[in-house]
Design a protein around this ligand. Structure first.
Ligand code: F6P
Length: 323
């Protein structure tokens, strides 16, 4: 397949490292003499024709910037057949030989729709939730996790001084990957994730009691947003035991900030591979990591896969908490 012109977009929730992926797509395209267009505001940009020509200047000093220079959106219009047809005609009008779509599973579903209308698409996983089943790693997770860890370390200082209990809500939508990782990293008293049904007495109160029995005077409870609200958990703790927990919802703080080296390097490799796949005539693919290697899967196949929190994380957590 001859590839002369491609587009790149970011869609869904932004994730630190998206810019590094865009930069890599543009640089790889330039390396191969391919023209590259930045499609702005996700699939909305394809519908309205909001595109800009990308070159070395448009991506300069972006590898270290959080957010996305292309803006992002969760396009409602693109979910309609009408919207998809408009997007396809933009691709045809501009003669795009391929589109690289960077985002989470919603982005991939959009890419699948584009692909079903004959547009060549390759996806790159980027979401702080790390909940894309076909890949072990999604761009943004490392930065978000480290941001949350730093915030909770700060909280611990004041919780320790006042001998308090803290209930911290971590993002992740319906998945607990971020909360589990962060909970392990901060040495939480308890971690609640949606993948594991909660026995409040056993999983929270008992752990606090045991920690107290062992001489601890402050307690850190990490809650994945998909497990319920930190405020509700705090109220239940107050009702069950003589503590007056403080609630912190980390919220969108977790999505911003300078991407870590890991996110920049993975994004750079994935951006490169996405363009190489298009050059090899492969389409309808997701770039992913598996067993420490970079590979790719069909979008359909990737969307069907299921991923669970690793047993080792659950086992380690059980050993590390409530002592
Ligand atoms: O998918 C990324 C994410 O940050 C989730 O963790 C969170 O539930 C959601 O996006 C928040 O979305 P919004 O930015 O629309 O509030």
């Amino acid at each position: 397949m001859s590839v002369k012109r491609i587009g790149v977009l970011t869609s869904g929730g932004d994730a630190p490292g998206m810019n590094a992926a865009v930069r890599s797509v543009v640089r790889t395209a330039m390396f191969h003499g391919i023209e590259c267009y930045g499609i702005r505001r996700g699939y909305n940009g394809l519908i309205s024709g909001d595109l800009i020509r990308m070159d070395e200047k448009s991506i300069s000093h972006t590898i270290n910037r959080g957010g996305t220079i292309l803006y992002t959106a969760r396009s409602k219009e693109f979910m309609t057949e009408e919207g998809q047809k408009k997007a396809v005609s933009t691709c045809k009008f501009l003669g795009l030989d391929g589109v690289v779509a960077i985002g989470g599973d919603g982005t991939f579903r959009g890419a699948k729709a584009l692909s079903s209308h004959g547009v060549n698409v390759v996806c790159i996983p980027a979401t702080i939730d790390n909940d894309i089943s076909c890949t072990n790693y999604s761009i943004g997770f490392d930065t978000a996790a480290n941001t949350a860890i730093e915030c909770i370390d700060r909280l611990r200082d004041t919780m320790q001084s006042h001998e308090r209990c803290s209930v911290v809500e971590v993002m992740g939508r319906n998945a607990g990957f971020l909360a589990m990782y962060v909970g392990l990293a901060v040495g939480a008293t308890a971690v609640l994730v949606p993948e594991k049904p909660i026995d409040f007495e056993q999983d929270v109160i008992e752990k606090i009691r045991r920690a107290r029995f062992n001489g601890f005077t402050h307690y850190m409870i990490v809650v994945a947003e998909g497990s319920g609200s930190a405020a509700e958990i705090a109220t239940k703790i107050k009702e069950a035991i003589d503590l007056d927990p403080r609630v912190t919802v980390l919220g969108h703080i977790q999505r911003g900030g300078v991407p870590t080296g890991r996110d920049r390097v993975n994004a750079t490799k994935m951006g490169y591979l996405a363009v190489e796949l298009l050059l090899q005539g492969k389409t309808n693919r997701i770039v992913c990591t598996k067993d420490g290697h970079f590979t790719d899967v069909a979008i359909d196949e990737g969307l069907k896969m299921q991923r669970r929190i690793q047993d080792i994380e659950v086992d380690v957590l059980a050993a590390m908490t409530g002592i």
